[in-house]
Design a protein around this ligand. Structure first.
Ligand code: PTJ
Length: 262
């Protein structure tokens, strides 16, 4: 582990890298998870490493969808477990969702480690260790699910997903909520509600929303869900990325170094 100085201008980003690396070493996150994390970092940089208004809107709609579902499930992979273990447990409790470990690079040992890790943050009855059902039409290891969890869920929250399972879940008639920094990914395009935000900001925002919705009527929650337009929301995220790039290019030279001979 590298000790990151607290006054480093990129402290938060570097500290997350340390955490995810630690979780690879602890057998929680896959090595491939590091590559996925780097891809996420690059896009996060482009959106200014902040929650966009469009993402906040998607996060509220997602919480409303979870709260109005009969059997909502939060699917957890190695990256999510590393980055927001406590947040997942708190959100699941607030919205009445089950937690199921579901991995692309599945090994029984890693599922058990993630389950144990989530339990150390207070999770109870984490599913995924003994899958007894299969998602039809999906050939990856992600197809292995539990009957009482993802298989029978009406709504599934899938942070850092791959497009194939997203498509398969939608094919099963489920409402799918994705958290994916990439608004161009197949997952983001396909999900019903796509949250283009870093999972480390999205989950705390969703916890806040869930608390603020505590006394909201079901009819009003449903309004949030039905009023949400995923395509429009994704377009807003792409516009924000374009704006960020333009502003970056036009920005005055402050912050840039020049060679003294110039
Ligand atoms: O733990 P496993 O075995 O299930 O494997 C998990 C990974 C993430 C390795 C696996 O699902 C995978 O390969 O995912 P992809 O296809 O690389 O997709 C990950 C998506 O998540 C990409 O679009 C990334 O931009 C995005 N992403 C990466 N980090 C974050 C993120 N989105 C939100 N928050 C992040 N911190």
């Amino acid at each position: 582990m590298t000790e990151i100085p607290k006054d480093h201008p990129r402290y938060e980003s570097l500290a997350l890298r340390e955490e995810i690396t630690r979780c690879v070493e602890a057998g929680i996150t896959s090595r491939q998870g590091l590559i996925a994390h780097g891809r996420g970092e690059a896009i996060d940089y482009l959106i200014g490493e902040k929650t966009l208004p469009s993402a906040l809107e998607a996060e509220e709609a997602a919480v409303a969808a979870l709260l109005t579902s009969k059997n909502p499930v939060i699917s957890v992979n190695g990256n999510t477990a590393a980055l927001v273990p406590g947040g997942i447990v708190e959100l699941a409790e607030l919205v009445g969702a089950k937690i199921e470990v579901n991995l692309f690079h599945r090994t029984e040992e890693r599922v058990a480690r993630i389950k144990e890790y989530l339990e150390s943050f207070g999770a109870k009855d984490v599913l995924g260790l003994n899958p007894d059902a299969t998602i039809p039409g999906l050939s990856s290891e992600r197809a292995k699910v539990s009957k009482e969890g993802i298989f029978s869920a009406d709504t599934v929250l899938v942070p850092l997903e791959d497009g194939d399972r997203c498509e398969a879940l939608i094919g099963m008639g489920k409402t799918v909520i994705a958290i994916d920094l990439n608004p161009f990914s197949r997952t983001s395009r396909m999900a019903h509600i796509s949250i283009v935000d870093n999972v480390v900001r999205a989950i705390p925002n969703m916890i806040k929303s869930a608390k603020s919705f505590r006394y909201t009527r079901v009819i009003d929650l449903l309004y949030f869900v039905y009023a949400f337009d995923n395509r429009k929301n994704l377009e807003a995220a792409v516009e924000e990325i374009k704006r960020g790039l333009d502003e970056g290019r036009l920005e005055e030279s402050s912050g840039y170094s020049k060679l003294s001979i110039w």
